[in-house]
Design a protein around this ligand. Structure first.
Ligand SMILES: O=C(CO)[C@@H](O)[C@H](O)[C@H](O)[C@H](O)COP(=O)(O)O
Ligand SMILES: [Zn+2]
Length: 197
């Protein structure tokens, strides 16, 4: 294997996936940022969840809101539902892994909060149940998906927003998800605290 050629292929595939996504998802990123800004202005918070690399994305997003993104500004309320190992293991052990996020949402979610639900396949059962719990708690959902949107896309309500990456490879979809998360942070900061060049 020519490793340099392989790396070039991976870079090229990532660039092309981002280019293709840019052609379709920009309006959805704008809408998602506006939805989150409205929630934050109304004293709501943003809960986030996902599995594996998407768990990392959920935490990445919440830490950028809670701590900081690129500028000094007040902390913004966000909770990643992927981090409390005692809660996660006890729910999985006593009930089911499919309920690890939904049970937390039923306890922490308030009407007007937003759920950022992340899955490259759109088919992770615990993320699907998280969306159902969010709807029961009168929360709107921003879904970061890929492929055909899976079961998540079918579950979304008209007031929810899906940002679907038009790609099939999990790693490439995740690479665009991270870019979308940084776009959301940038747009949220600019809408709440004024634009910065
Ligand atoms: O990061 C990766 C692959 O790039 C993996 O950890 C991946 O996130 C896991 O297999 C997830 O369980 C996949 O779940 P999903 O994206 O289909 O919801
Ligand atoms: Zn990954």
């Amino acid at each position: 294997m020519d490793m340099h050629a392989r790396i070039s292929q991976l870079f090229q595939a990532s660039i092309e996936t981002k280019q293709q996504a840019m052609e379709v998802i920009l309006p959805h990123i704008v809408q998602a940022s506006e939805l989150m800004v409205q929630a934050l202005l109304n004293e709501g918070k943003i809960l986030s969840c996902g599995n594996g690399g998407s768990a990392g994305d959920a935490q990445h997003f919440s830490s950028e809101l809670l701590n900081r993104f690129e500028r000094e500004r007040p902390s913004l309320p966000a909770i990643a539902l992927t981090t409390d190992s005692s809660t996660l293991t006890s729910i999985a052990n006593d009930y089911s892994y499919n309920e690890v996020f939904s049970k937390q949402i039923r306890a922490l979610g308030q009407p007007g909060d937003v759920l950022l639900a992340i899955s490259t396949s759109g088919n992770s059962a615990n993320v699907i149940q998280a969306i159902q719990a969010a709807h029961d708690r009168e929360m709107q959902v921003v879904a970061l998906t890929g492929r055909d949107g899976g079961g998540m896309a079918a579950l979304l309500l008209p007031e929810d927003i899906e940002i679907r990456i038009p790609a099939k490879v999990t790693a490439r979809i995740q690479e665009v998800h991270l870019l979308v998360i940084h776009c959301l942070c940038d747009l949220i900061d600019n809408q709440l605290f004024g634009s910065e060049e």
